[in-house]
Design a protein around this ligand. Structure first.
Ligand code: UD1
Ligand code: CA
Length: 450
């Protein structure tokens, strides 16, 4: 079945009290817009059209950054939800198959729910996603008769009896694309606020002898973000869903409530995630890897059998091959660690390639930045980097080479060589004792003088 998705993202979001367009606020390390686009993309749609308005350029850029095939159209001025959908007509009015309207500020709608709506299209020409609201507030009310939806009444236009209805409109709508745009063309702004309401298409459809119906979802799924408090609420809901999914997928979370996932985090089966682990965007963890407590990971890939942490930070471009060990207080950025590399303690590895089974001693630093440019450090296989080695990049250490502890390595080290780059040790017998005696005498004479 061919599907197209229209994502409405023009709203200002006044109540966010922000310079940033509402749909660009982050949830699970991704803009709200990306959540709606992810759900849309999971349907494998023929086209996705994002309708932008406030902050249009930035919102359009975020849409194409998500996927360059996403199309964007500017709605200016914003005259209501039907007017917003109408902006997508040049792309979709003649499209084959179904059209689904999503809101970019409603990030928790599940793919399964949209599939249920598509299935319900077998019974009804227009399918609306509804929910039973604990507090129906200002939501549009669904007026039903049996399995038929008769109308959606906006709160502002509803009678007291209609306001007593608790079955509400989520805003998500599904219809054949051609039907949707033909109905929208008939919507008039004849209501309390002179807006073109998408919700009017239900009565317009019925006037044409077409039926409308409701698919129900849990209220939690339709949580809309209008305030920072709701953003925090949506974040919490996302996290509890992501934790439950990870556990279902065979991931061990020792303290699930303390692990924070990003929208695009992938964790393989039998991986173990300790407490207080934070995932930024772009992390993939393969089966059987272990992330110990208090790690912060973003833009990295961790292969099977690797162990990371506790207290490690992996930044974008960190690539850990199988059985790599990264220990405590280690930071890794834009670096490839081949199989079996060990970086146990207190180390910074940035802009580097490290060959298999090389051991990096405690306190090693790749000095990758000269104040203007970044440079690369290349270390071969089975090398041994002594503790407290400063590798001043660009620099290469060959296979099987060794650097002495405390060395500042500024020149390339050939394979199998030992490089020592530090001052020679000078030892003065008895000097410490003589020094301390002298200092104690000075202290005593000062005390007498007072
Ligand atoms: C809308 C529905 C209401 C439903 C509620 C669910 C209509 C007329 N009403 O009301 O029945 O219960 O959502 O949250 O559809 N938008 C645009 N361009 C516009 C206007 C809106 O892109 O010109 C976008 C907004 O950014 C937002 C969404 O459409 O993402 C909904 O708009 P909003 O003004 O919040 O509609 P509600 O009044 O909440
Ligand atoms: Ca709203």
């Amino acid at each position: 079945m061919q599907v197209s998705v229209i994502v409405l993202a023009a709203g200002q979001g006044t109540r966010m009290n922000s310079d940033l367009p509402k749909v660009l606020h982050q949830m699970a390390a991704a803009p709200l817009l990306h959540h709606a686009l992810t759900t849309a993309r999971n349907l494998d749609p023929a086209r996705i059209v994002t309708v932008t308005g406030h902050g249009g350029e930035a919102v359009a850029a975020a849409a194409t950054a998500f996927d360059e095939t996403v199309e964007t159209v500017l709605q200016d001025p914003q005259l209501g939800t039907a007017h917003a959908v109408a902006q997508a007509a040049p792309f979709l009015a003649h499209a084959e198959g179904e059209a689904i309207v999503l809101y970019a500020d409603t990030p928790l709608i599940r793919e399964e729910t949209l599939r249920a709506m598509l299935a319900a299209r077998g019974q009804h020409a227009v399918v609306v996603l509804g929910f039973h609201a604990r507090d129906p507030g200002r939501y549009g009310r669904l007026i039903t008769e049996g399995s038929n939806l008769l109308a959606i009444r906006e709160f502002k236009d509803a009678s007291l009896d209609e306001r007593a209805i608790t079955l509400c409109n989520s805003g998500v709508i599904c219809a054949e694309a051609k039907t949707l745009f033909s109905l929208i063309a008939d919507v008039k702004a004849a209501n309390a606020v002179q807006e073109y309401y998408l919700t009017d298409i239900v009565e317009l459809a019925r006037a044409r002898g077409l039926s409308a119906g409701v698919v129900l979802c849990d209220e939690a799924e339709t949580l809309g973000v209008n305030t920072r408090a709701q953003l925090a609420e949506a974040e919490a809901a996302f996290q509890s869903r992501a934790r439950a999914e990870a556990l279902d997928n065979g991931v061990t979370l020792t303290a699930p409530d303390t692990v924070f996932f990003a929208l695009d985090t992938h964790v393989g089966r039998d991986a173990v995630i300790g407490p207080n682990v934070i995932f930024g965007p772009g992390v993939t963890i393969e089966s059987g890897a272990e992330i110990k407590g208090f790690c912060h990971l973003e833009g990295c890939h961790i292969s099977r059998g690797a162990t990371v942490g506790p207290f490690a930070r992996l930044r974008p471009g960190a690539e850990l091959a199988e059985d790599v060990h990264v220990g405590n207080f280690v930071e890794i950025k834009n670096a490839i660690l081949e199989e079996g590399v060990k970086v146990g303690h207190l180390t910074y590895i940035g802009d580097a390639d490290i060959g298999e089974f090389t051991n990096i001693g405690a306190g090693t630093v790749t000095c990758n930045y000269d104040g203007v440019m970044k440079h690369r450090t290349r270390i071969g296989k089975r090398a041994f980097i002594g503790s407290d080695t400063m590798l001043v990049a660009p620099v290469t250490v060959g296979d099987g080479a060794l650097t002495a502890s405390g060395s500042v390595i500024t020149e390339d080290v050939p394979p199998n060589a030992v490089a020592i780059g530090r001052a020679r040790q000078v030892t003065k017998p008895g000097l410490a004792a003589r020094m301390f005696d002298k200092l104690k005498a000075i202290k005593a004479s000062k005390a007498k003088g007072q």
